[in-house]
Design a binder for this molecule. Sequence first.
Ligand code: TYD
Length: 397
Amino acid sequence: MIICIAGKNNIAVDSLNFLLSFIKKEKLCVLLNKTDNFQNNWQKSLGYFAKKNKIKICNLEELYLIHDLIFFSLEYDRIIKVEKFKSNQLFNLHFSLLPEFKGMYTSVLPILKNKTQSGVTLHKIDIGIDTGAILFQQKIDISLNDSAKDLYNKYIQFGTKLFIENVDKILINNYNAVEQTHMNSSYYSKSYIDFLNIEIDFNKTAHQIYNSLRGFTFREYQLPFYNESKIYKSEILSEKSFTKPNTLIFEDDECFIISTIDYNIKLFKDYYDIFWKYCEEGDVEGVKSVLNYIPNINTKNKKGWNAIIIAVYNNHLNLVKYLINLGANILATNYKGTNLLMYARSAGKYTKDYSMFKFLYSKEIDIEWRDDNNLSVLDYAIKDKQDLLINIINVND
Ligand code: TYD
């Protein structure tokens, strides 16, 4: 028996890690998505994990030929042709409550369509798109304030759990597979949403607008806009609208209030881009001026940088001290495991000013910490011949 995990993100990595706890790695292999660049980002990379754990990386042609293959698609990005496989043990974990929402964008569409439930479904792969018989399924509640990102996180969490709790039954062929019905079955293709041109229709009820906004709220991909401002959340007010829908009734630094078909709605402006820019420039006063509009100073951008990482990397010691007083996490790392001491090392590389490094070194940050390349800050300092810094570390050891 050979088990293949095909796909991406934490669900693929954590499921494979679970299999590794009781199956020899020679019996495991992976099939990677086109987007896998062997680097962890806001989700873990299956390629990075497979390489690190010396698990074979296969291509589809190799997999077609394996008779005793058990194939799991966990966010795999291509539609596979079952007839090409010698094995018929082919399974997919789809992020929806099948038969509803076959196809794409299942973190967005149930919210846009005002659903209060979704689910994760483990099913057999047949010739259609997400049409195979269902083995295991778990319902998920969608809260009224869930964004697309929140729903995606729930899919990852519940989907991984569904896999881990049931994979043993699949491996010994002990399950019922129930065909899907046509009732409530729906499908959406890639062209259904153009994320580069998201248009929110404000000529709608407050509730419809609220759903459109949270449905497109996924910071790693995009936030919705009103006028020229990014919006990170909204709130339906108790006042009824008396003016034409989509009239701007009020604006200040924090928000817009606009009228709709029924109730006024408050749209909160997103300040992270400005906040992070002030951190890059070391502008403490600027940071102070937007703090009220920053829900969490430890939020990371797409690259995994947050306020304190940006401030350390740009060598702004006063700002770093200020952020720490506000509760910034000194154990912050980016998605590749680069910690604050490593950023301070980079910052001091050309300036030869190691006051940032000395300051952080006096805090409780592990000097032995290793990043995804399995290198410590001392390893990097030795590589770059940073004698001053090597000295600081050795003297303090
Ligand atoms: P993805 O991993 O491409 O999977 P799928 O579309 O099959 O669900 O995307 C995950 C979620 O991210 C998806 O449900 C919708 C959302 N998303 C955006 O909000 N903006 C985008 O540009 C993309 C590509 C996805």
